[in-house]
Design a protein around this ligand. Structure first.
Ligand code: NAD
Ligand code: DAU
Length: 351
């Protein structure tokens, strides 16, 4: 039977890469992108697949139980890949309740709908919850997060994601909902909203604006190219063991300041600037409250069990990312001006 899969948050950064991969790779699947189109959701991210016969967009808020139930009535979903979330740590510090509503309540609403509609036919169903390495807290100089690391979230964002992970596992144990989870490190690549470090720095360097580096820039993140994350999601969705969790990471740790210096070097060369010009824009600013020091993922379980490995070296991925932003200035202009909301109205209101 033809699979109908709901991908939540498909208009966001990672979600749009997952939607693109599934629509192109699985013409026999019907892919339904369910997204509320918050400030972070942008249908322009999916221009290239929007007219494919196996793709449908549904504007839906995952916290709206009636709307989610109606969606499950309309489509007989056999799988859900759940990415919709509030995703930016700094925003969670300003407005924690929005994160609790979307990430905790929204996930619970989806779980509950899946439980209700799959109750008598769990076979062949899959609820895939996409989560983050931030649930594990902060590392010192040594060690890695494994699937056994105890949860220790420290920001409202990571606490809301940790809570949602617990609900997913609770539905597995209590109701035998066929779930699978993954916790991934920092992603980078095209279509990344320019509030996050890498796209924000690219945008500011191009426009000769200060590059804000929090604290001393010594914090460490493990970076993974977004297409590699999408490939891991594909692998886990199809081959992961029900009830299991898989960590996904790039084996690619960088101090923020070293990453920014590398980015400045790449940008100097791409923009034809004198070497060292862009680095003059680096500006140390007040640190993020509760700033996690270091994240590092041990992704060996996923590698050994399912054969996944990152495909790109960081320098190569970063250069590709810079090239995409420089070639897609319109996308950045629309996102930063809010014009993509107009795009949505024009594209969908008269349909
Ligand atoms: P994003 O902020 O770019 O996109 C989130 C999407 O969710 C947007 O399209 C938005 O419109 C949608 N959304 C938000 N609230 C919604 C609601 N109430 N109902 C329906 N849709 C809603 O996020 P991202 O960076 O692509 O992250 C996607 C997922 O991956 C999140 O669950 C995040 O926690 C997780 N994750 C992200 C990273 C990363 O580095 N970005 C790493 C690991 C895990
Ligand atoms: O680890 C996975 C997580 O990675 C995801 O779950 C989150 O959704 C995603 O946003 C990301 O979280 P971070 O907080 O690590 O990403 P961000 O790009 O906001 O920041 C990366 C690092 O750069 C972090 O140490 C804070 C720092 N930073 C960030 C911004 C926006 C700066 O120094 N200056 C900045 O302006």
């Amino acid at each position: 039977m033809k699979k109908t899969i709901l991908i939540t948050g498909g208009a966001g950064f990672i979600g749009s890469h997952v939607v693109r991969l599934f629509v192109n790779k699985y013409p026999d699947y019907q892919i339904v992108n369910g997204d509320a189109l918050t400030y972070a959701g942008n249908l322009e991210n999916l221009n290239d697949v929007q007219d494919k016969p196996n793709y449908t967009f549904e504007k839906v808020d995952i916290t709206d139980e009636t709307a989610i139930n109606a969606l499950f009535e309309k489509y007989a979903f056999s799988g859900i890949i759940h990415l919709a979330a509030e995703s930016h740590v700094d925003r969670s510090i300003q407005d924690p309740l929005t994160f609790i509503r979307t990430n905790v309540l929204g996930t619970a609403v989806l779980l509950n709908a899946a439980r209700k509609y799959w109750k008598d036919a769990m076979d062949g169903k899959r609820f895939y919850h996409v989560s983050t390495d931030e649930v594990y807290g902060s590392l010192g100089e040594e060690g890695f997060f494994t699937e056994e690391t105890a949860y220790d979230p420290r920001s409202p964002y990571s606490a809301s994601k940790a809570s949602s992970d617990h609900f997913v596992r609770a539905y597995f144990h209590t109701y035998h909902l066929p779930v699978v989870l993954s916790n991934c490190s920092n992603n980078y690549g095209s279509h990344h909203f320019p509030e996050k470090l890498i796209p924000l720095a690219i945008h500011n360097i191009r426009n000769n604006k200060p590059i804000p580096v929090y604290g001393t820039g010594e914090n460490v993140r493990d970076w993974l190219f977004v297409d590699d994350h999408a490939r891991a999601i594909d692998t886990i969705f199809h081959n992961g063991v029900t009830g299991e969790t898989y960590n996904i990471g790039g084996f690619n740790e960088w101090k923020n300041i070293d990453l920014i210096r590398l980015l400045c070097k790449i940008m100097d060369s791409k923009l034809g600037r004198e070497p060292g010009t862009s680095a003059q824009l680096i500006t140390f600013v007040k640190d993020r409250a509760g700033h996690d020091q270091r994240y590092a993922i041990d992704a060996s379980k996923l590698n050994k069990a399912l054969g996944w490995a990152p495909s790109l070296q960081f320098e190569e991925g970063l250069e590709k990312t810079v090239d995409w932003y420089l070639a897609n200035q319109d996308w950045l202009d629309h996102v930063t001006s809010g014009a993509y909301k107009k795009y949505y109205e024009e594209q969908y209101q008269q349909r």
